[in-house]
Design a protein around this ligand. Structure first.
Ligand code: PLP
Length: 216
């Protein structure tokens, strides 16, 4: 894991995806210097946050229901999976309640599977153009996230990350020119992070390559 982290380009951070893995596994990675961990279920995240070291930065990467935001809002370091404006509003409401801005990524749907959540690039741009997000005081839009199609075809995967990267550049120019915090591109998992790095990912979310297969 240490070598994986060291092999990343400067400016790219590793999110160790620890969902379904034990607190003991997380501690092993923690002792090797890892501090950012990703979880995709609120209940599991709460239990781990409760018992594990307090300087862990917890990123939420799964589908988030609005009625569960309040539980993670006090401590979550970033929410990667904002897929509707309504969710963004609700996160903001909780962020304000706790007196901070919660860093959020807008999740793009670029994969061919229709099971994956997210805005299409056009929907995301419509939302940004419309501008109501500018009034939200409890969130900070920190960039974009996407998942590629689950396929062996590296060129298909590259194309999807590339589209997300182009959207990032366009959105940055049009909507976040004076916002240095809009800087994150969260793409790449165990099977496709090398392609993601070539497509300028700044956050790779890697689970099974670090912790082994999940037993669910
Ligand atoms: C589980 C998960 C990952 C990690 O997947 P691996 O293939 O185990 O690396 C990354 N991102 C999201 C959104 C996930 O749900």
């Amino acid at each position: 894991m240490l070598s994986l982290r060291q092999s990343l380009p400067k400016g790219t951070r590793l999110v160790a995806v620890s969902k379904y893995h034990s607190a003991e596994d997380i501690l092993t990675a923690y002792r090797a210097g890892q501090r950012i961990f990703g979880e995709s279920h609120v209940k599991e995240l709460l239990a781990k946050h409760e018992t594990l070291p307090k300087d862990i930065e917890w990123h939420f990467i799964g589908h988030l229901q609005t009625n569960k935001i309040a539980k993670i809002a006090p401590f979550v370091g970033m929410i990667h999976s904002v897929d509707t404006f309504h969710l963004l509003e609700e996160i903001s409401r909780q962020g304000e309640k706790f007196g901070h801005r919660i860093p959020c990524l807008l999740q793009l749907h670029v994969a061919k599977e229709d099971t994956k959540y997210g805005f299409t690039i056009a929907e995301c741009e419509d939302m940004l153009r419309e501008g109501r997000w500018r009034d939200l005081k409890g969130v900070e839009i920190a960039g974009l996230m996407c998942m590629a199609t689950n396929t062996c075809d590296q060129e298909d995967i590259r194309q999807e990350f590339h589209s997300a990267g182009e959207a990032f550049i366009r959105f940055k120019e049009r909507y976040f020119p004076d916002a240095p915090h809009f800087c994150e591109r969260s793409w790449g998992m165990s099977g496709d992070f090398r392609v993601a790095l070539e497509e300028r990912s700044t956050l790779v979310r890697i689970g099974s390559l670090i912790f082994g297969e999940r037993h669910i």
